[in-house]
Write a protein that binds this ligand. Structure first.
Ligand SMILES: NC(=O)c1ccc[n+]([C@@H]2O[C@H](COP(=O)([O-])OP(=O)(O)OC[C@H]3O[C@@H](n4cnc5c(N)ncnc54)[C@H](O)[C@@H]3O)[C@@H](O)[C@H]2O)c1
Ligand SMILES: [Zn+2]
Length: 451
């Protein structure tokens, strides 16, 4: 498994690094249980200061036990005490994430805290040096805030440079416009696929199966928009029963959504994305400079997903400068994916905000209507049904009612829903799924359609 999918997210680091606060924030965002091992120890044995008075070995023994219990429990976010990683047994049990902070910040945060190991600046500094090496060895990611840790935990990296030999599956248009930067000495073999959605066919996958020449330790790189990364990822999932792959998205949709989260696949005659697999990319390498050549309508499609994400995250991401907007939107997608990697418990479904209506409108228009424009309309319907202001959608995306056949569109929605009107709505705490009366759904859909 890649990154923190199916694993605990353990936050380790020096005292004062802000592990508890950060851990709590990560747990909230990923909908995982939160365990603060220091707190757990105090709950059972009283103040840590007093435990320490009885001798550090005794404290460490208790700590090791509490950490072991947390690690044996359901997938969680676990904040470990600064010294917990000194235990060899604990180190063996850990394969996680850490946060880092420089010694002066850490000191200023803990100097007056009365912590047993933070009473003397010099001793504190020495301890910091000693432990840094241990943290360095264990860490699989570093960061000082939830956003960076979420990105790290699914290996989302802001650089496009490829560092090992690979078979590159590239969108033919993108390959004409951009070169994939490589670290010196690396050899890439390029396999072009049709631009955009046309790449998502089994015929293309079959061709790639026979063209690609890598062994089981080889790498596939998907270089293009969501269509390309979907087909490259599916090829990687199936080639020799699965090889590693890296996604290098070149569209806004790809950077904030499609390349992240392990869903790969192709379309079949029966419909979109009907054959596929979960196969998480080893890395997602994002370089917003690729967006310079993106056509306006593709940027608009991306903004529709950004607005969707911002609404769910409760932040006006659409107002952020581009780089920050992409980082924040990608981090939110990581959080949702970590909460429900295989879309089993319904949490990941919130990413479908507005999409029930969008898919119906797309089908009702005979797929003339672009996905992004359909999502903009769908978001309008979702906000109206949620009783929330629609201005972010109207101001940023300015959706216009479309001329599509009402009955055909409604039929498409019915087919999609298979009886139950479970719709993603927006509440004070973000997105949630709820069942709505058929008449309300029909009315909301009708309002999106022009006469
Ligand atoms: N796997 C997932 O979780 C997931 C999520 C969302 C969407 N998707 C899929 O993604 C696909 C849509 O992807 P998309 O919106 O990224 O577009 P796309 O990959 O279909 O590309 C759209 C167009 O933009 C061009 N293009 C791409 N990058 C460019 C660049 N930098 N400069 C100029 N032109 C460029 C392409 O050649 C193509 O013509 C759909 O098939 C959808 O199902 C998958
Ligand atoms: Zn979408």
């Amino acid at each position: 498994m890649v990154g923190a999918v199916d694993k605990h997210l353990a936050v380790i680091g020096f005292m004062g690094a802000g592990k508890s606060k950060l851990g709590r924030e990560l747990a909230r965002l990923t909908h995982r249980p939160f365990v603060d091992t220091d707190q757990e120890i105090e709950k059972r044995h009283g103040p840590i200061g007093e435990l320490f008075e009885r001798g550090e070995p005794e404290f460490r023994r208790i700590e090791e036990q509490v950490v072991a219990e947390a690690l044996a429990g359901p997938t969680a976010v676990i904040a470990l005490g600064g010294g917990a990683v000194l235990s060899e047994a604990t180190r063996k049990r850990l394969r996680r994430t850490w946060i880092t902070v420089d010694v002066d910040t850490a000191w200023s945060r803990v100097r007056d805290s009365g912590r047993p190991l933070a009473r003397d600046r010099e001793q504190f500094g020495r301890l910091f040096e000693e432990r840094s090496d241990v943290y360095d060895l264990l860490a699989q990611g570093t960061g000082e805030d939830a956003e960076s840790l979420l990105l790290e935990s699914l290996h989302v990296i802001f650089s496009s440079e490829i560092a090992c030999d690979a078979a590159v599956v590239a969108d033919e248009r993108v390959a004409q416009l951009h070169e994939l930067p490589v670290v010196g000495g690396v050899t890439l073999t390029t396999h072009l696929v049709p631009a955009g959605e046309g790449a998502k066919t089994l015929a293309v996958v079959e061709r790639l199966w026979s063209e690609v020449e890598i062994d089981r330790d080889g790498w596939i790189v998907g270089f293009g928009g969501g269509s390309t990364t979907d087909v490259a990822g599916f090829t990687a999932a199936t080639y020799l029963r699965g090889v590693h792959w890296v996604a290098v998205p070149t569209t806004l949709v790809g950077m904030v959504d499609a390349a992240i989260g392990g869903k790969t696949g192709v379309n079949t005659e029966q419909g979109k994305n009907l054959a596929g697999a979960f196969h998480f990319p080893w890395e997602i390498r994002i370089d917003p400079r690729f967006l310079a050549t993106l056509p306006d309508e593709e940027r608009r499609a991306g903004m529709a997903e950004v607005v969707k994400t911002g609404l769910l995250a409760g932040k006006p991401l659409w107002e952020f400068p581009e780089d920050e907007m992409i980082r924040a939107a990608a981090a939110f997608k990581c959080a949702v994916v970590l909460s429900d990697p295989y879309e089993r418990d319904g949490r990941r479904t919130i990413l479908n905000l507005g999409h029930t209506f969008a898919h119906a409108l797309e089908a009702g228009s005979g797929y003339e209507l672009r996905h992004g424009d359909a999502v903009a309309l769908g978001l309008l319907a979702a906000l109206r049904l949620s009783g929330r202001p629609t201005d972010p959608v109207e101001d940023v995306l300015a959706p216009q009612p479309v001329r599509v056949d009402r009955d055909r569109t409604w039929d498409a929605l019915l087919r999609d829903k298979k009886g139950a009107f479970n719709i993603v709505l927006l509440g004070d705490d973000g997105g949630f799924v709820t069942e709505l009366p058929e008449a309300d759904v029909r009315r909301a859909l009708d309002e999106l359609i022009a006469d």
